[in-house]
Design a binder for this molecule. Structure first.
Ligand code: XMP
Length: 512
C-alpha cells in the first residue's frame, strides 16, 4: 500500500495501541504498526509523514525499558509520543521523569494552550483520560508545555522547530472526547497529511493488484460466511470472476437458516463459484459424546480440514489459496501471545502441507471496521457485512455438555427468537455480540397444571470493542421479558431462561 501517504505507529506494548492505529485510519490516513525496535532503515524506507509512539507499561529510565534509535528524532519527521511514548521522548532528549505521588488514573480536566496547532478547534478546558504513575517533571531544552492538569504539570509538550510532541494522556480512547480531533490535528496540521485512505480507493487498487498477482491462475477460498472470508472472497471474485472457487463446509453447527443464506447470497446474488459441502452428519459423529470444550474445538477443526482437503483434491489445477487474514491478526502474530484461554479454530487455519504455491491475503492491511466498509463498497448485504462475531466451532460451544441433533434444534430456535427480538427493539447495533446458550441444566417448572423438567437457556449479550474484554449488555427488562416469554412458549423442552450478568474478565464471552 506504499502508494499512500503513511504514518507509523511504534508499539511499546500498551493496551490501546491498535486503537491509535484505528483512529489514524478513521482520520483517512493509512498507518502501520511496527514494533518499537524496528530498525531505522525500515522506518526510513516506509517514508512516513509522521511517527506516533504508543503507551506501554514500562518505566522509560530503567535499563531494560523499550526504546528507540535516538536518530529517529533527527529525521525531520514529526513525532508524537503518547503516555509512555511521551515519557520516553522527554527522557531520551534530556528531560526528567519522576514517579507521581499518586497514580493518576481516570478522566481529568485538561487545560490547553489554544494557540497551538495540536489543539486547534479544541475547547480550552477539555476532558482527557490519564493512566500513568510516572510523569515528566522537567522538559528537555527548547521544549514548552502546551497543556496541563491539576496533578500533571506537563500533560502535553512541544518543540515546534523539531516537530516533536508528547501527550501524557490518551487521545485515542473515547474518554478523551476531543482526542480524535487532537490526533487529526497532528496528522493534518503537523504532518500535513491529505487524507487519501478511503475504502473506494482501496477496492479499486486491490482489484488491480489481485489481477496482476493472480494472472490466469486458479484460486481456492474457504468461505465460512463470516465477515472476513466473505469480503476476501468477494474482492477476489470481483478481480478474477470464475477463476475463483469457494468451498463452504456446512458443519451443521450454524445458526438457523445460515447455511442456506450463505449459499443464496453468493450464488444467486453474486454468481460466485461455490461448492457447498453438507458435512453435518460427519461433524455430529465426530462430536458424539464429547463434553470437553477444547476437545470439541479440536475435533471440529480437524474435521473441517479433512473435509476441505477432500473437496480441494477433487479440483484441478488450483495454485493459490485466499485467506481472510486481517491486520489485527498480523500485528498480534508479531508479538508474544498470552496464555491460551481457548484455542480458536478458525476456517483460516488450514494445514501447512496443502499444496498451494502461495496464499493471497487481500485484507491483510485492514482493521475489522475497514473490512466491513469494503464489504459495503462491493455490494455485500448488511446481514453479511454487519454480522456479529460467530465462533468457528459454532453452536457446539454453546451447548454445554454433549451435542445432539435435538439440542442443536432447540438452541437454534431459542437463538433465533432472541436475535429477532433484539432487532425488533432496535438494539442490534448497540450490543456487540448476543446469543443463546443451551445450558446442560434441567430444572423443574410448571406449565398449565403440569410439572415439567426441562432445559434452561442462558442468554448472553455483551458490549465490547474487540472481544478481548467485554461488559454484559444492559438489555431493557421489557425486551428480556418478551424474549423469555417467547422462548418458553415457542420452543419445546425449555422451561427457564437466565441472563448472564458477568463481564470478561472474569468470565469469557462464550460459555465454553
Ligand atoms: P471468548 O469466549 O474467548 O470469545 O471471550 C472472544 C470472542 O471470540 C469468539 N470465539 C471464537 N471464535 N473460534 C472462533 O473463531 C473459537 O473457537 C472461538 N471461541 C470464542 C467469541 O465468539 C467472541 O467473539
Amino acid at each position: 500500500m506504499n502508494n499512500h501517504e503513511l504514518v507509523l505507529v511504534l508499539d511499546f506494548g500498551g493496551q490501546y495501541n491498535q486503537l491509535i492505529a484505528r483512529r489514524v485510519r478513521e482520520a483517512k490516513v493509512y498507518c502501520e504498526v511496527l514494533p518499537h525496535d524496528a530498525d531505522l532503515a525500515t522506518i526510513i524506507n516506509k517514508n512516513p509523514k509522521g511517527i506516533i509512539f504508543t503507551g506501554g507499561p514500562s518505566i522509560a529510565y530503567e535499563d531494560d525499558a523499550p526504546s528507540v534509535d535516538h536518530k529517529i528524532f533527527e529525521l525531520g519527521i514529526p513525532v508524537l509520543g503518547i503516555c509512555y511514548g511521551a515519557q520516553l521522548t522527554a527522557h531520551l532528549l534530556g528531560g526528567k521523569l519522576e514517579a507521581a505521588a499518586n497514580r493518576e488514573y481516570g478522566k481529568k480536566e485538561l487545560e490547553v494552550a489554544l494557540d497551538h496547532p495540536l489543539f486547534s478547534k479544541i475547547s480550552q478546558q477539555t476532558t482527557c483520560w490519564m493512566s500513568h504513575t510516572y510523569h515528566v517533571t522537567s522538559l528537555p531544552e527548547n521544549y514548552k508545555i502546551i497543556a496541563k492538569t491539576n496533578h500533571c504539570p506537563v500533560a502535553a509538550f512541544a518543540n515546534d522547530q523539531e516537530k516533536i510532541y508528547g501527550f501524557q494522556f490518551h487521545p485515542e480512547v473515547v474518554h478523551t472526547p476531543e482526542g480524535t480531533k487532537m490526533l487529526q490535528n497532528f496528522l493534518y496540521e503537523i504532518c500535513e497529511c491529505k487524507g487519501d485512505w478511503v475504502m473506494s480507493n482501496f477496492v479499486e487498487n486491490s482489484i488491480k493488484k489481485l489481477r496482476n498477482q493472480i494472472g490466469d491462475k486458479k484460486v481456492l477460498c474457504a468461505l465460512s460466511g463470516g465477515v472476513d472470508s466473505s469480503v476476501a472472497a468477494m474482492l477476489v471474485h470481483k478481480a478474477i470472476g470464475h477463476q475463483l472457487t469457494c468451498i463452504f463446509v456446512d458443519n451443521g453447527l450454524l445458526r438457523k437458516n445460515e447455511g442456506d443464506m450463505v449459499e443464496k447470497v453468493f450464488t444467486e446474488q453474486f454468481d460466485l463459484n461455490l461448492i457447498r459441502v453438507n458435512a453435518q452428519d460427519l461433524f455430529l459423529k465426530k462430536l458424539e459424546g464429547i463434553t470437553d470444550p477444547e476437545t470439541k474445538r479440536k475435533n471440529i477443526g480437524e474435521t473441517f480440514i479433512r473435509v476441505f482437503e477432500a473437496e480441494a483434491e477433487k479440483l484441478d489445477g488450483i495454485e493459490l489459496l485466499v485467506q481472510g487474514t486481517i491486520y489485527p491478526d498480523v500485528i498480534e502474530s508479531g508479538s508474544a501471545h498470552a496464555a491460551v484461554i481457548k484455542s480458536h479454530h478458525n476456517v483460516g487455519g488450514l494445514p501447512e502441507d496443502m499444496k498451494f504455491t502461495s496464499v493471497i491475503e487481500p485484507l491483510r492491511d485492514l482493521f475489522k471496521d475497514e473490512v466491513r466498509e469494503v464489504g459495503r463498497e462491493i455490494g455485500l448485504p448488511s446481514h453479511v457485512v454487519d454480522r456479529q462475531p460467530f465462533p468457528g466451532p459454532g453452536l457446539a460451544i454453546r451447548i454445554i455438555g454433549d451435542i445432539t441433533k435435538e439440542k442443536l434444534a432447540i438452541l437454534r430456535e431459542a437463538d433465533w427468537i432472541y436475535r429477532a427480538e433484539i432487532k425488533k427493539a432496535g438494539l442490534q447495533k448497540k450490543i456487540w455480540q448476543y446469543f443463546a446458550v443451551l445450558t446442560g441444566i434441567k430444572t423443574v417448572g410448571v406449565m398449565g397444571d403440569e410439572r415439567t423438567y426441562n432445559y434452561t437457556i442462558g442468554l448472553r449479550g455483551v458490549t465490547s470493542l474487540d472481544g478481548m474484554t467485554a461488559d454484559w449488555a444492559r438489555i431493557p427488562y421489557p425486551t428480556l421479558e418478551t424474549i423469555s416469554t417467547r422462548i418458553v412458549n415457542e420452543v419445546k423442552n425449555i422451561n427457564r431462561i437466565v441472563y448472564d450478568i458477568t463481564s470478561k474478565p472474569p468470565s469469557t464471552i462464550e460459555w465454553e
